[in-house]
Write a protein that binds this ligand. Structure first.
Ligand code: SF4
Length: 347
């Protein structure tokens, strides 16, 4: 559809300036164009009203904007709102708005599909299509922020990069989107309110530390037993718990930032007393917080939610070891709000 055209959001402001000079236009327009793209979130050159129409036409001839649209949205009883985004090349990926008492959190995707194929995840079933561009990651935040204003009458307070895909397998685009989300010339949100969740891509965890990324890190652990984790998350065969431990220690020593662990409680699989002991052992390597999540079953599913008493015992054990633990109730169960469930349904 855009053959021959370049994605303008692949250019930084000085590259836009160079282009403008090369076609005999004024360089200062670069800042204006940049602002339209990254602050006002336009997806059409025609909307850049302070740019002369001749230049808008020139831009339209040579470039395209990889804007995403909300093709479908649905809200649950608890007001959790799930959106299906569609890319310029008709790929589907998901975002979720999650209201809390004093916050609205957006959960966004970094890949269309996912190559990691975790056994409990509906996204894995979709296979991997491609990495999302930084503009496509940025747009999800921009659009969910607008939706939050419409539905909840307030801006987003937090962002979790926890939707479809493994963000650290799309490192450059994810970090570039975060730059635009946090920069004063973009959306100006605080990096401290952004959490990136990884399945455990060890070299990139270290890279985050080396790059001094200011966002928070969360690790989808789900089991502290190597064999069990490899079954649940095949990525563990490549980066096992020992290498994960080493990468997390490196991250903590360099950044001093507390690590959050996500632990999905799957009935009869990882919710035993022994699992809790192993989790305690693993997480003592650095200061941390543990989010226990009750599993949200989806159609044709072989996993079940844990029994209430098992969840309570698991949580109590961790607390008795002085760990900071929260129990996240599944939100939006009535609208397939877990990762990949809506896109799967659409597909
Ligand atoms: S849980 Fe995350 S990493 Fe695993 S398959 Fe799903 S999207 Fe990918």
């Amino acid at each position: 559809m855009f053959s021959g055209k370049e994605n303008i959001r692949d250019l930084n402001v000085s590259q836009i300036g160079e282009f403008l000079i090369s076609v005999g236009e004024k360089k200062f327009r670069a800042g204006q164009i940049y602002e339209w793209l990254w602050k006002k979130g336009v997806t059409d050159f025609g909307q850049m009203t302070n740019i002369p129409s001749g230049l808008r036409e020139k831009l339209n001839e040579l470039f395209f904007i990889d804007g995403v649209n909300i093709s479908f949205k649905i809200s649950g009883k608890d007001k959790t709102t799930k959106t299906l985004f569609q890319s310029f090349d008709n790929l589907n990926f998901e975002g979720v708005l999650i209201p809390g008492k004093e916050r609205v959190t957006a959960c966004i995707s970094t890949q269309a599909g996912c190559p990691l194929n975790c056994s409990f995840c509906a996204t894995g079933e979709l296979g991997f299509k491609r990495n999302l561009n930084s503009g496509e990651i940025f747009d999800q935040v921009f659009k969910l922020n607008k939706l939050s204003e419409e539905i909840f009458n307030r801006n987003l307070s937090n962002i979790v990069i926890m939707g479809m895909g493994e963000p650290l397998l799309n490192y450059n685009n994810t970090m570039s989107a975060i730059d635009h989300i946090t920069s004063p010339s973009g959306l100006g949100m605080s990096p401290q309110r952004i959490t990136l969740s990884t399945a455990g891509i060890c070299p990139e965890i270290k890279r985050m530390a080396d790059d001094d990324a200011k966002i928070n890190l969360s690790v989808s652990l789900h089991s502290a037993d190597n064999e069990k984790r490899s079954v649940l998350m095949p990525v563990n065969k490549k980066y096992d718990l020992n290498s994960l431990k080493e990468a997390l220690k490196y991250y903590y020593n360099k950044t001093g930032k507390r690590i959050t662990y996500e632990y999905l409680l799957l009935g009869g699989i990882n919710d035993s007393g022994e699992d809790a002991v192993l989790l305690t052992e693993f997480t003592k390597i650095t200061p941390c917080k543990i989010n226990l999540i009750e599993y949200n079953p989806h159609e044709n599913d072989s996993f079940a939610s844990p029994a209430k008493e098992k969840t309570e015992a698991f949580m109590k054990f961790l607390e008795s070891r002085n760990l900071v633990v929260t129990l996240r109730k599944s939100k939006g169960q009535d609208i397939n709000a877990a990762c990949g469930q809506l896109a799967n349904k659409k597909q």
